[in-house]
Design a protein around this ligand. Sequence first.
Ligand SMILES: Nc1ncnc2c1ncn2[C@@H]1O[C@H](COP(=O)(O)OP(=O)(O)O)[C@@H](O)[C@H]1O
Ligand SMILES: [Mg+2]
Length: 257
Amino acid sequence: MSQAHEKLNLASEPLLQLDDIEVIYEKVIFAIKHISLQVGPQSIVALLGANGAGKSTILKAISGLAPAQRGEIVQGKIVYSGKDITQATPGQLVAQGLVQVLEGRHCFGHLTVEENLLTGAFIRRPSSKALAQDLERVYAFFPRLKLLRKSYAGYTSGGEQQMVAIGRALMANPKLILLDEPSMGLAPQIVEEIFEIVHQLQQTQGLSFLLAEQNATVALRYANYAYVLESGHITHHGDAQTIASSQALSDSYLGGR
Ligand SMILES: Nc1ncnc2c1ncn2[C@@H]1O[C@H](COP(=O)(O)OP(=O)(O)O)[C@@H](O)[C@H]1O
Ligand SMILES: [Mg+2]
């Protein structure tokens, strides 16, 4: 256990901690139960599980987006940076550096790539000079987006839209990014490119990621720690190498490629 905690960077306080979280939709539909997990500073934590296991529900519970889908946290506590955020709104959380990138990417198709990125900074109201610097910082990680800055996001590829969605999250100056199924529908080479950038952001900017993925193979190569979900429960957790070499995934679902 202590070794696992080292991998989570938990020598100090966790950045994010969920304690016995339960979410139901529409007052009756049970989605997740007894979810306790931690994300350390500067770490990548994977949430793995089949479709419907509860990955997105966990991310939405954290980011304050569950109520928008008639979901409710009926039990448990979520602490971020030492503060209880169980009932915080998405806007309050973004202002504190906790940002979600939704499943399916959700770019504004009728805005250019650069306009999409700028929407991510809105909440901070930075000066135009700071804004320009922030854009350059994003373009340094995503040179391809710089080339496409004047293109309508709706006309870019799926991989490019995923980059726009992550880039927009970066414009909020986050400490923790909740990333929902970044690999979905993308070619393996693009998936690799995106995970490499996530890894760079962790290493060079000190960011943490909580990453929901059905593609366990790729997620476990980049994650420090992983939780495996099945029908709204955590069935296994451990450092990524241990999970990758254990029966955990084949027990829970035929994950992988
Ligand atoms: N808005 C919603 N209303 C009702 N049930 C939902 C809603 N969103 C998800 N669910 C249910 O909650 C469970 C977990 O779903 P989800 O968190 O989306 O899983 P995953 O992201 O792992 O595919 C599923 O049984 C799903 O049908
Ligand atoms: Mg999902």
